[in-house]
Every structure is written in structure tokens, then in C-alpha cells.
Design a protein around this ligand. Structure first.
Ligand code: ADE
Length: 241
């Protein structure tokens, strides 16, 4: 069972996706659990404020430490082992290798622990009880001291989004789909694009054989499994998917 606790002010932006398709199936099969914590409940004062202006001046508002620490400590009081992920444009760039580490090994090993990482790689399905807390900042930034309670800073890429909700969904989706039993065919996540790093999948076709003059390669219709495997090997990495 993999569990994600999402700390956000905008649950409604995230929940519909998690109630759809594969993410919902993962929950239904008991393979994943999603939980929401409303950051506002940990806000300060009568207005339950979670942000404030930056010291030294500047535009915009920053997420304050107190509500964030209180919300994370609330979750950790029930599960001290839970690891905290902060989506931020200045974090480690998310990729398939990281998704696998989170799916199978409770997150990437710290630097210098290659032996342990290798051992874990040879013993997949170590994710028996992984629990990740994803903190979704939603203002112009956050107080730097928040990083003290964060285990992983994750960037989706070199661009800036308005909040952590979209990154949270991308992280969750790309991790949960790797959990054995989530996708229809047990092995489809393993054999498809990027599963072993960044090797790309071969092109695939379904009916019809001829669509507006664009034909399915003859070999794929031949029934010759050896030839098909050879063709796929030769063409791996050419799909645009
Ligand atoms: N929050 C804002 N921009 C982001 C990005 N590119 N990746 C992760 N979190 C973010």
C-alpha cells in the first residue's frame, strides 16, 4: 500500500483526477490511499492566515512556517516515517527513475548509498508501506525555513506554475501507475517507455490496417513472433509517445 497525504488549500483542484480511472482503481484495489489535509485549518488568527509579506520587501506573499510545520507535524504524529515532498521549481527534476525510486524504495537513497540502492533495486516491491506527504505551496513562494521539514524538493521542469497541485498530481500518477496490479496487464508498466531509464518504446498500431493510406508495417501482421521482436528492437526509441 502506498499512501499520499496532500496538504493543500485547493483540494477541489486535485481530488476529481484521483477519483478517475487508474488512480481510483488503485484505491479500489487497496493498492493506494489518498488523504487530504486542509492547510487553512492550521492558519493563524481569526482569518486562518497562511501567508505573509517578505522581510526586506518585495512583491507577493510567502507561505509561513507555522501553518506548514503544524500541518506536517499533525500527519507525522500518526506516521513518523512519512516522507515530505515539496514541489518547487528549484528541486530535483522529476523523471521516470525517480518515480521508480518512490514507487519501490521509499524515495531515492541519499548520496553515497549506492550499494544500498543497488540492493534495493534487486529486491523490488519494497514499497509495502510507503507514505508520502506532498505539501502544495500556492503563493508566490515560501519561507525558506520550510525546507527544514522537507525530505525531497521536486521540480517538474524549468518553468513556474502557480501552485503545487499540478506537480502533486503528476508525481502521484507517475508513481502509482508503477505499483504492480494498478495497470491492467501486470507487466505493461514494466515494458513500456522509460521504465528502465529513458529507453523509448517501439511504435505500436491497432486497427485498421490501412488508415488514409498510412499502413501498418507488414511484419506486425505476419504472426512471426521472432521477426516482430526483431522489428520492435530495431525500432525502439522511434515512437513519439
Ligand atoms: N511549483 C511551481 N512551479 C513548479 C515546478 N516547475 N515544478 C514543481 N513545483 C512547482
Amino acid at each position: 500500500m502506498i499512501k499520499f497525504t496532500i496538504i493543500t488549500l485547493f483540494r477541489e483542484a486535485i481530488e476529481p483526477y484521483l477519483k478517475t480511472s487508474m488512480m481510483w482503481k488503485a484505491v479500489d484495489k487497496g493498492l493506494a490511499e489518498f488523504e487530504f489535509v486542509n492547510l487553512r485549518e492550521f492558519g493563524l488568527g481569526p482569518h486562518k492566515s497562511v501567508d505573509d509579506t517578505p522581510y526586506g520587501g518585495g512583491d507577493g506573499m510567502l507561505l509561513r512556517c507555522e501553518p506548514v510545520f503544524a500541518a506536517i507535524e499533525f500527519v507525522k504524529a500518526k506516521d513518523p516515517e512519512a516522507k515530505v515532498i515539496l514541489p518547487t521549481p528549484v528541486g530535483m527534476t522529476w523523471n521516470q527513475e525517480l518515480a521508480r525510486e518512490f514507487a519501490f524504495h521509499s524515495g531515492p537513497c541519499p548520496a553515497g548509498t549506492n550499494a544500498r540502492a543497488a540492493a534495493l533495486r534487486n529486491a523490488p516491491n519494497q514499497n509495502a508501506n510507503s507514505h508520502y506527504i506532498i505539501l502544495c505551496p500556492h503563493y508566490e513562494g515560501y519561507d525558506e525555513r520550510i525546507l527544514a521539514i522537507v525530505d525531497y524538493n521536486i521540480s517538474l521542469g524549468k518553468y513556474v506554475l502557480t501552485g503545487g497541485e499540478l506537480p502533486a498530481l503528476i508525481i502521484i500518477d507517475s508513481v502509482v501507475r508503477l505499483i504492480p496490479g494498478v495497470l491492467g496487464g501486470e507487466t505493461s508498466a514494466e515494458i513500456e517507455s522509460f521504465s528502465n531509464g529513458d529507453n523509448l518504446e517501439y511504435p505500436q498500431y491497432t486497427r485498421p490496417e490501412d488508415f488514409r493510406g498510412m499502413k501498418v508495417p507488414e511484419v506486425l501482421l505476419s504472426g512471426n513472433h521472432g521477426e516482430i521482436a526483431k522489428w520492435r528492437e530495431e525500432h525502439s526509441g522511434t515512437s513519439l509517445l
